[in-house]
Design a binder for this molecule. Structure first.
Ligand SMILES: Nc1ncnc2c1ncn2[C@@H]1O[C@H](COP(=O)(O)OP(=O)(O)O)[C@@H](O)[C@H]1O
Ligand SMILES: [Mg+2]
Length: 424
């Protein structure tokens, strides 16, 4: 069996990502069998190499290899393209024609973008997969073929099945083995490697010195979302190679070639939902702040009382409802402590402090003392709320900090600090 490295070299596959290696390994393993394979992954991740590897390493390698882009063939002609037609089957069918399934007998057919197949064609495909039988358009004669099928899709097949755009039985028949290729953003170690390879290829092609990236440009490359994956990276490398006079490319220059990097945000965050969640969370925060403000006013009132009477027991008695409101039942002890602290400050009793500057300063200290207490409470409650917001946001984005930070309107670094702080 050829090694993964040798296969990569033979098929021009760059990268050392473990997930990529695993996918190639899987392709090597299934190649000698006739098992149907479904290659999945976003657009531009390199799905097209997989069926080629499978065909080349199989006993069919001397047979035909036909790649069909199911999304590019008009619905009206696809059955005829795949299965052929009889003379006179439809207007313009002036002669009998063989379809790919007949031509590729003994070989491999790669059905790219298989999710785009019309439902009627899916029925025909299921039949050919199950027993090798097919019927030309406009014919009634059943024909036999021996074709291995490798299909690829960049759409979520379960979604397509749910929407009844794709037959579930066909999906299971096609995906006996599934080979998934990871998106480029999940192959961080390969990004710069691929860029260097493309830059060097384009330098050769256009007979110019190879472009080089500065560290900040490399940083940008790694941070970018690459929705178009390797295809997009290759395009960027080509544009930069052709257009930039200065062959050292910094971040500012590179940025011009990366659409939307400014807000390197998730493409679509189910906005309506998160917005409504967020506004209700904001409401909770407002309520907490409002309650705290009301507590603060009550505490001010208590303080005034204390300053006037100077005896804690009277204050306690006369303001039971306030104490109850601010501290609740279980906070009795805390309140005692606060009162004791106040006594330590020895507020002079029965003084009209307005005309005594020193006492005014005591009053300030006293207020300050309470403010501190309140501040502590405020910080605590806010922390709890913040913690809740962060937790929710992280949950919503399944732990993806970048998305959560964007939603919370804080930097990723700040979010990281908070996660550490709250031990999340
Ligand atoms: N690992 C890789 N190394 C080098 N080039 C790659 C690699 N993966 C993909 N490419 C290139 O990226 C482009 C898109 O690949 P393709 O197989 O057409 O993607 P998909 O079919 O998944 O949309 C092609 O030009 C391909 O040669
Ligand atoms: Mg493709």
């Amino acid at each position: 069996m050829e090694s993964i490295q040798a296969i990569k070299q033979r098929f021009g596959i760059i990268g050392n990502d473990p997930k990529l290696n695993r996918s190639i390994e899987k392709a090597i393993q299934v190649a000698p069998t006739d098992i149907s394979v479904l290659v999945t992954g976003e657009s531009g991740v390199g799905k097209e190499s997989i069926p080629k590897i499978i065909h080349q390493l199989s006993h069919r390698k001397h047979g035909k290899y036909i790649a069909v882009n199911c999304g590019a063939i008009p619905e009206g002609t696809i059955d005829s393209e795949l299965f052929g037609h009889e003379k006179g089957a439809f207007t313009g069918a002036t002669s009998t024609r063989s379809g790919y399934f007949e031509v590729a007998d003994g070989g491999t057919i790669f059905l790219d973008e298989v999710g785009e197949l019309p439902l009627t064609t899916q029925v025909r495909l299921l039949r050919v997969l199950e027993n090798g039988e097919f019927i030309k358009v406009g014919s009634s004669k059943v024909q036999k073929t021996d074709v291995r099928i490798v299909a690829a899709t960049n759409v979520n097949m379960f979604e397509a099945i749910k929407k009844e755009k794709f037959r579930e039985d066909l999906y299971y028949r096609l995906s006996t083995v599934e080979i998934n290729l990871p998106p480029l953003r999940d192959r961080k170690d390969d990004i710069h490697l691929l860029f260097r390879k493309f830059a060097s290829d384009f330098a050769l092609k256009y007979k110019m010195p190879t472009v080089k990236l500065t560290d900040d440009a490399v940083g940008l490359l790694l941070k970018y979302r690459w929705n178009g994956n390797i295809r997009q990276l290759r395009n960027v490398a080509e544009q930069v190679s052709v257009l930039e006079q200065n062959r050292t490319i910094n971040g500012v220059t590179l940025q011009n070639y990366l659409p939307n990097t400014g807000s390197n945000l998730p493409a679509v965050v189910s906005s309506t939902k998160s917005e409504s969640d967020f506004s209700s969370e904001r409401e909770i925060l407002y309520k907490v702040l409002f309650d705290m403000k009301s507590d603060l006013n009550d505490l001010k009132k208590l303080t005034m009382e204390l300053m006037k009477t100077g005896t804690t027991s009277d204050v306690q008695k006369d303001n039971e409802h306030l104490i109850q409101k601010i501290y609740g039942d279980d906070k009795e002890e805390d309140f005692e402590a606060s009162i004791e602290d106040l006594e330590v400050l020895s507020i002079p009793a029965h003084t009209s402090h307005t005309d005594q500057p020193e006492e005014i300063s005591t009053e300030n200290e006293d207020k300050y003392h309470f403010a501190e207490e309140i501040e502590e409470e405020e910080t605590l409650s806010l922390h709890d709320k913040e913690l809740e917001l962060i937790k929710k946001s992280l949950e919503r984005h399944s732990g993806k900090r970048k998305l959560a930070a964007a939603e919370l309107g804080i930097s990723e670094r700040t979010l990281y600090r908070k996660i550490k702080q709250f031990d999340l």
